[in-house]
Design a protein around this ligand. Structure first.
Ligand SMILES: Cc1cc2nc3c(=O)[nH]c(=O)nc-3n(C[C@H](O)[C@H](O)[C@H](O)COP(=O)(O)O)c2cc1C
Length: 238
């Protein structure tokens, strides 16, 4: 694969939040997990396991758990200045679109694998190594899904304390493992509009840090407000 094909795939992967009801072939699911298996991990610890959920009843129970946190999430978000409120917390509306996703894959992390790293890393940033390893597997899954013509979405609220505890019970996940994140998969019901992407010139420094590019606190906040605006504009990527 050449760079142009690679970049095209990177750009094709977008967060898809509306899915067609059509089932995803098992062969595609297998290919997505196959890609994740090859992700780089700290000391090759491969701290991941995957639960593939196609059963509607189980998926609905998971979405019910997420919906049960909506009011709390909404109230928490209300404590922030309006323009800085995350789009996902601007209402307590239930996750109806997520119910349409025909497949969820829960990615589990095994924190015991932190011990595989060199000891200085175990003490210094063992959590970062674990999370980076899991994030690598996760992004490989999203890219694999995009390469197969599927849409995918992060369902990060499945790792929140409440949802995590109840999902672990629901799915029989051993207490030693933690839910890293969940990917929702399905065929895309429409394409998201182009996304706001920061200019290269703003974020690349050559030789040493160029202080003229350092964002003031106000500029940093304005940026956050602008990406939230981008998500909540009707027809926007949300
Ligand atoms: C760590 C992380 C957590 C995320 N959690 C969620 C989530 O819970 N729900 C969601 O809809 N999107 C989630 N996203 C997707 C981001 O909102 C999305 O990647 C970003 O807006 C850029 O849009 P794009 O993915 O379409 O390029 C998450 C992304 C990352 C990297």
């Amino acid at each position: 694969m050449d760079y142009d094909a690679f970049l095209a795939l990177v750009k094709k992967r977008r967060s898809i939040r509306r899915f067609k009801p059509d089932p995803v072939p098992d062969e595609y699911i297998d290919k997505i997990v196959e890609a994740a298996r090859w992700a780089p991990s700290s000391a090759n610890s491969q701290p991941w396991e995957f639960i593939i959920i196609k059963e509607k009843e189980t998926r609905d129970k998971i979405v019910d758990l997420i919906d049960a946190t909506k009011e709390e999430t909404y109230r928490m978000e209300q404590t922030r200045e309006e323009r800085l409120r995350h789009p996902g917390g601007r209402s307590a509306a239930p996750e109806e679109a997520l119910r349409q996703a025909p497949v969820l894959i829960v990615v589990l992390g095994d924190p015991r694998m932190k011990e595989a790293s060199i000891l200085t890393a175990v003490h210094n940033h063992g959590d970062a190594n674990l999370n980076t390893s899991l994030a690598n597997a996760f992004i490989y899954m999203h890219l694999a899904a995009a390469s197969l013509g599927l849409g995918s979405r992060y369902v990060s609220s499945t790792s929140s304390p409440f949802v995590q505890a109840l999902m672990k019970d629901l799915l029989g996940i051993p207490k030693q493992l933690e839910i890293y994140d969940t990917i929702a998969l399905g065929f895309r019901a429409g394409e998201p509009r182009p996304r706001l992407v920061r200019e290269k010139s703003e974020l690349v420094h050559r030789g040493r840090y160029d202080r003229s590019k350092f964002r003031t606190d106000k500029e940093a906040e304005d940026f956050i407000a602008s990406i939230h605006r981008d998500r909540i504009t009707p027809g926007g990527p949300a």
